[in-house]
Write a protein that binds this ligand. Structure first.
Ligand SMILES: [Zn+2]
Length: 265
């Protein structure tokens, strides 16, 4: 049976890593719980959550990409910023899901449910999420932070009492800023500079399993400010070659861009 790897990062905050290595986060307060992102949707997520808590769970997507949104179908409703609604519907559609079943099988794993049913399970009921909303879980307050850049609807969640930011793909050490949904590079830099000033010490992303010190934001700002078409090199990822992505690195931090996002002002 497919399962998450579950790690309690600290009291009330769990990281759930799915079979293709994307992280979901479960925040458990005294009265309620909140799930951030739903992963690829291979694992029975409501059952996995029940093994951790029986408190009512609100589900929020950090953005609309397939590796974060495909598990949404397992819930009655999920919150997402409206700019990512169309993207989410496309990425949870049968074309992308079919590809994911193949990718899972390439790793020697198999779905527990009928593949045809899974491929056609869609996105579920999307509820518009507003920036600035604060979810009171009982002893933990979680604020929705605008982190548009990677996609127009990307957010982060700031857990105020423990000063931790969860950021999906919105800011990470290998940020894909070449996607058709990505905003211009200048907007991305402005967002990073704004979020850096918020009251948090540590952040977690969906594709790395360790805590990041806030100072990583300075590195992300530096690569985003310094990247050009000239100092970047072709990005060898055949799945996206029609978008002509290029990669630029400073130490272990990199950013993937293309002509479109570099030239947007
Ligand atoms: Zn993404």
């Amino acid at each position: 049976m497919l399962k998450f790897k579950v790690k309690e990062i600290q009291k009330g905050l769990f990281m759930l890593t799915d079979p293709l290595e994307v992280n979901l986060f479960l925040i458990v307060g005294e009265e309620k719980a909140l799930l951030f992102d739903t992963g690829y949707g291979f694992v029975n997520t409501p059952t996995a959550i029940k093994e951790i808590t029986d408190k009512p769970v609100t589900v929020i997507l950090g953005h609309g990409h397939l590796d974060h949104a495909n598990g949404a179908y397992q819930f009655d409703e999920v919150y997402l910023r409206e700019p990512d609604f169309d993207l989410c519907r496309e990425h949870t559609g049968s074309k992308f899901r079919k590809m994911l079943v193949d990718r899972l099988e390439e790793t020697g794993q198999k779905l527990d449910v009928d593949p045809e049913t899974w491929i056609n399970s869609g996105e579920c009921n999307l509820i518009p999420l507003e920036v600035g909303t604060i979810f009171d879980l009982g002893g933990l307050h979680v604020e929705v932070i605008d982190m548009a850049g990677h996609t127009g609807g990307s957010i982060g969640l700031l857990i105020k009492e423990i000063k931790i930011l969860l950021d999906s793909d919105s800011a990470n050490s290998h940020c894909w800023m070449f996607m058709p949904q990505s905003l211009g590079i200048n907007e991305y830099v402005t967002m990073l500079e704004r979020v850096k000033n918020l009251d948090f010490d540590t952040f977690y992303t969906a594709h790395q399993d360790f805590p990041h010190d806030k100072s990583f934001f300075d590195k992300y700002i530096s690569v985003a400010k310094n990247v050009t078409m000239e100092n970047s090199t072709p990005y060898g990822n055949d799945n996206w070659k029609e978008l002509e992505p290029r990669v630029y690195s400073e130490g272990d931090i990199s950013i993937v861009i293309n002509e479109r996002v570099i030239s947007m002002v």
